[in-house]
Ligand binder design. Structure first.
Ligand code: SAM
Length: 470
């Protein structure tokens, strides 16, 4: 029976943790939250104070390239994985350990999931529900498969197929931590794989930390953190946790698209971090066309003119392959400064462009946010929104009906979230009212100048500026 099997595995895992020297506070329990789609989870069974140690784990109970191998002799696997990237080496180690009947990690490996919802496991039809989301380009399924055939296949592991490689690599993406190689001398925090909580010059090692990886995460509900300031790794509370509450780690401020790609789930609490991406090489050609900005009276640029402006944007450090729009809030506006600056440079008249060329910094955001820049951005964002097969409103209707398969439901939430960000960015762009005085316009029907812009371009070029933007 699945339930018994699940509970038996949990009990065996808990006994194993104890044998491995993991010390758990009596105030926590590892529980079954499958009924709410959260798998195993750690909950408080007593009130926990801030900074309390919830559990501690000796480094010998952590699985990584250092602990996987016998220190007295170098195995052939050890030789083969030493030059692999860390995620691949750990994949090879876990695949190998899963094949050892007497692996000391067996009770831990037994509780790792068989089925995952990370995007790499979605069928083409399921991915199609994400519509024009750029997250599809980030899945990297075929490049991972090339890596598996070049690096894992030659290891000759018995019955090892591509699906299993994906399963283990995805578990590492969702469960592993980067930790300092030796214990840190100062108070140091560590983050989930890929984030930057470990200082740059610190050598880190990608590790599976049994029990630490049983903590779920839910955006700002984070109430615990893994610390490496002592010899043992410690999970400590960062705020009071009441009996009955779930203990949450921090997976970072991820948009739901990335959460789905890396962790295979989403919650509404992550909606605040959603982004909509626009790709520079996709919108730049619009400035060469006569039709793209109809009604704005914009003269199309020659390729050379466009290249010159893009070069200047590169010099100013504002040219990016793509730009993420986000919900406006405390972190900043929806439209990033860099995108604003790029569009401004493209729309600048020749004389102002030359002056800016000779200057050493860009105008402030309020000056970049001209009425025309806003109108052009709105037009670009409208085109981006049209790339999605359904509208924001249609998605809302679909979500309200409910009764959708889980993956479709998550996909619709992701694409709806991206459209909501696009709408927020359009609203922001439509409110730009900086002067168009220096904008490159064809003549008639010039959008009105608000007259607010009084500084001359010479003034704007004065060397009294700090940083890229004044
Ligand atoms: C580090 S593991 C946490 C332990 C996991 N629940 C288990 O049973 O193995 C991360 C995975 O847990 C799940 N998860 C984490 N937080 C979640 C949440 N708030 N809601 C639903 N699933 C969550 C996702 O499948 C994610 O990939």
């Amino acid at each position: 029976m699945e339930v018994d099997d699940f509970n038996t595995k949990t009990s065996l895992f808990l006994s194993w943790l104890s044998n491995m020297g993991v010390s758990m506070s009596p105030k926590i329990a590892l529980v079954d939250l499958r009924s709410s789609g959260r798998g195993r989870a750690v909950v408080a069974v007593g009130d926990i104070s801030p900074e309390e140690v919830i559990f501690s784990t000796p480094r010998s109970a952590v699985l990584n390239v250092q602990t996987a191998f016998n220190t007295s002799s170098v195995s052939s696997l050890q030789r083969k994985v030493q030059d692999m990237p860390s995620w691949l080496a750990l994949t090879a180690i876990i695949l190998d350990e899963s094949r050892q009947k007497d692996s000391k990690w067996a009770p831990y490996l037994a509780i790792l999931p068989r089925q995952l919802d990370n995007l790499v496991f979605w069928s083409d039809a399921e991915l199609a529900e994400l519509q024009a989301s750029k997250v599809i380009n980030k899945i990297g399924k075929s490049s991972a498969e090339d890596t598996f055939s070049n690096s894992i296949a030659p290891l000759g592991l018995e019955d090892c197929n591509t699906d299993e490689c994906h399963r283990v690599a995805s578990i590492i993406m969702s469960y592993a931590f980067d930790i300092p190689e030796t214990h840190a001398t100062e108070e140091e925090e560590v983050g989930e794989e890929g984030d930057d909580l470990v200082s740059d010059d610190e050598k880190t090692i990608l590790s599976m930390i049994p029990l630490a990886d049983m903590l779920n995460a839910d955006a700002d509900r984070n109430n615990a953190r893994l610390c490496c300031d002592n010899e043992e790794l410690e999970m400590r509370s960062i705020k009071p946790i009441s009996r009955g509450e779930e203990i949450f780690n921090d997976y970072g401020q991820l948009p739901r698209s990335d959460l789905l790609r890396r962790y295979g789930y989403i919650t509404e609490n992550y909606a605040q971090y959603d982004v909509a991406e626009i790709t520079t090489r996709e919108f730049l050609p619009l400035f060469r066309s006569r039709e793209a900005f109809l009604g704005l009276n914009l003269k199309p640029l020659s390729q050379e003119e466009l290249d010159n402006r893009v070069e200047l944007a590169e010099r100013e450090g504002v040219l990016e392959e793509s730009y993420d729009l986000s919900h406006p809030g405390l972190e900043g506006p929806s439209i990033p400064d860099e995108l604003l600056a790029l569009i401004y440079l493209i729309l600048l008249d020749d004389q102002s462009l030359k002056a800016l060329h000779d200057s050493d910094s860009l105008p402030s955001r309020s000056k970049l946010a001209t009425q025309l820049v806003g109108q052009v951005l709105v037009a670009i964002l409208q085109l981006r929104e049209k790339e999605y097969a359904t509208s924001l409103e249609e998605d809302e209707a679909l979500l309200s009906i409910g009764n959708l398969p889980n993956r479709a439901f998550m996909a619709i939430q992701v694409r709806h979230g991206e459209k909501a960000v696009l709408r927020a960015a359009m609203k922001e762009g439509a409110a730009f009212n900086g002067s168009n005085k220096r904008m490159r316009l064809a003549g008639a029907n010039v959008p009105t100048d608000t007259g607010k812009e009084k500084r001359s371009i010479e003034e704007a070029a004065r060397p009294n500026k700090k940083g890229r933007f004044r």
